[in-house]
Design a protein around this ligand. Sequence first.
Ligand SMILES: [Zn+2]
Length: 342
Amino acid sequence: MSTTLPPPAAPLSIADLRSPDLMALQREAMAQDHARLHAHLDDFVAVPCPACGRTEATHAFEKYRCQFLRCRDCETLYMSPRPTPALMDDYYSHSENYRLWAERIFPASEANRREKLCRPMFDSIVEACRRHGVPTGHLVELGPGFGTFAELAKNSGEFVRVSVVERTPEMAASCRQRGLEVHECAAEDLPAGSSDMADVLVCFEVIEHVFDPAAFLAAASRLLRSGGLLVMTCPNGQGFDTATLGAASVAVDTEHVNLFNPRSMARLLSGCGYEVLDITTPGRLDVELVREAALQGSFEVKDQPFLRRVLIDEYERLGPALQRLLADQGLSGSMRVIARKA
Ligand SMILES: [Zn+2]
């Protein structure tokens, strides 16, 4: 595994991605989603570690009445017991929070997301294809949401073909409106070995949500040509934000049932038949997220002089420098994975 760093990207702040005035609405929407989920707590099922399959784990924390464990072996944080696949389907198809994101938060932040997140990610994928000798033939995105990334990829002309696999009807419709080729189904339902095989399969902020990540990666593998690239992003459960804030981290919620770390992700991918090429943590928001928690009072820095200095007193000078250190040293809470189908 190498540790090649992605190219530098434009400055990014939390407000670029979600406007502060929508946050009160989001808290309300999440409370409604949680109430629906809590009605089914008795139906949750215990699972082993989603990365290594071991069952030895310690209790890490509780949040929103859900229990999170830390694997004693690979240190993956995971929700167990967790909602069954059927409960997860029900949760997402009736989620008030998702409706709010669809109707307000995404539209308000799409330009920033396209330029500050999608474009640098796309450039790094094209560069990875060149570096690893993978043809820029067919790029497939699993779980494209509203299609911002896939539309950018299509319009770039860098790939011969761009298509998406999206099971949620509203999101599939949004992708079609952008002129994208859409398979409206789950990845598992696409026929394997067809002309739809991907040279590059991308999947952003999805694997932390799925009930069985190994099964998900197996389905992804069936869509990839041999030698093709899988590019994923997901939270790093050992990143600065979650390691510092614990349950108060925004990465810990009812939807993120798997919080891998670079080592456990590499282990999971190897076990699923992938060669791991590159795992980095190019995150840009850890320090601001922890600062926000300190300013809002969900994280106390009164008795932590070092953190108070970096996050509050000398934030303008030290904050960006700490963020660069975290990203460069694999310590950010935002992980990017490049693997090849062996
Ligand atoms: Zn484990």
